[in-house]
Write a protein that binds this ligand. Structure first.
Ligand code: NDP
Ligand code: OXD
Length: 309
């Protein structure tokens, strides 16, 4: 029995050290050079495996994602039909809440506007608003969305959120389903996307959604790049429907050099850094899942492939 670690983005040495601290007898193999006998591999811990790669392990029993979003795995039609667990971890949740708070505050205090005015050498006074007079709306009230909502609420924003099923969150106005989307949007001044990418949510950030927001709203997209129709964003920024955007995720990553978004004056581009799970924090949960799988039980935080997240 061995764990396969497959990620070109995560720090393999830190993961090895953190997992071995939790499970000293773990046989830790690394893709692509230290796989050993592929028949030994029973659990894979992965981020963006090349399509077809996981079907090479005949004794694989479960796939554990290093990311919260499992869209790329679910889209891979060669993925073995095995239990698939999402990453749910306090460090990932905390970092996302920090990023969302920072980005929301930057828009709330007009720092995006002042950065723009400074570049043009203009001293333009704009009245600040009290935090309690600002409404922030979050698309997606799952693990990350509900933690971000609590953080923004505790900071003093008016917070509302939208999800697929009905939710009750203390101090957060909750909306659900397509019939309540427009009521949710109608007074959302800063919109945050924390949805998973599915067939239902792809392209959700589009002209008709922007038109339902108050004019001069701001957008923060930390979900996935394909939630956003980039052309619709640029048009909404040009016609004043949106005042500014913070984008952390893109249809193609790294964002291609030729993308217009690099030079859009009211767009802040960050390189998919909103959140990251620290191996020291996440290793215990991964080891618990390895133990569950080896005991013949489903891992925690199973993704629902039919639902898409
Ligand atoms: P969860 O699965 O816990 O939550 C997803 C939320 O979205 C749920 O509230 C769900 O509703 C809602 N939702 C899903 N589909 C719909 C729909 N069609 N209509 C309305 N609501 C819907 O996911 P997480 O919170 O853990 O993660 C969210 C996403 O964040 C990830 O999928 C990933 O794309 C992104 N992410 C980005 C990172 C970054 O660094 N930029 C880092 C980590 C994650 P319900 O509660 O009813 O199921
Ligand atoms: C994730 C991500 O899904 O980092 O965890 O995007």
């Amino acid at each position: 029995m061995a764990l396969l670690f497959l990620s070109e983005a995560d720090p393999v040495d830190q993961w090895r050290e953190a997992l071995l601290a939790e499970m000293p007898d773990l046989d830790f193999r690394v893709w692509p050079d230290q796989i050993g006998n592929p028949l030994d591999i029973d659990v894979a811990l992965v981020w963006l495996p090349p399509p077809g790669e996981l079907s090479k392990f005949a004794n694989l029993k479960a796939i554990l994602s290093l990311g919260a979003g499992v869209d790329a795995l679910i889209e891979d039609c060669t993925l073995p039909n095995l239990p698939l667990a999402r990453m749910v971890d306090p460090s990932l949740t905390r970092m996302m809440a920090d990023y969302v708070l920072a980005a929301a505050l930057r828009h709330h205090r007009n720092l995006d506007f002042f950065e723009h005015e400074q570049r043009s050498g203009r001293w333009t006074f704009k009245f600040p608003k009290l935090v309690g007079d600002r409404t922030v709306g979050i698309l997606g009230l799952g693990v990350l969305g509900s933690a971000a909502a609590a953080c923004l609420r505790d900071f003093g924003f008016k917070v509302q959120g939208w999800s697929r099923s009905e939710k009750i969150l203390d101090g957060v106005a909750c909306f659900h389903g397509s019939t309540q989307l427009h009521s949710f949007l109608s007074n959302t001044e800063i919109l945050i996307c924390l949805l998973p990418l599915t067939q239902d949510t792809e392209g959700v950030l589009n002209t008709s959604l922007f038109a339902a927001l108050p004019s001069n709203a701001c957008l923060i997209n930390v979900g996935r790049g394909r939630h956003l129709v980039e052309g619709d964003l640029i048009e909404a920024l040009e016609n004043g429907q949106l005042a500014a955007a913070t984008l952390d995720v893109f249809e193609t990553e790294p964002l291609p050099k030729a993308s217009r978004l690099w030079n859009e004056p009211r767009v802040l581009v960050t390189p998919h850094v909103a959140s990251y799970c620290d191996p020291r924090s996440a290793a215990a949960g991964v080891v618990e899942n390895i133990r569950l799988v080896r005991a013949g039980r489903p891992p925690n935080h199973l993704a629902d492939r039919a639902r898409g997240y």
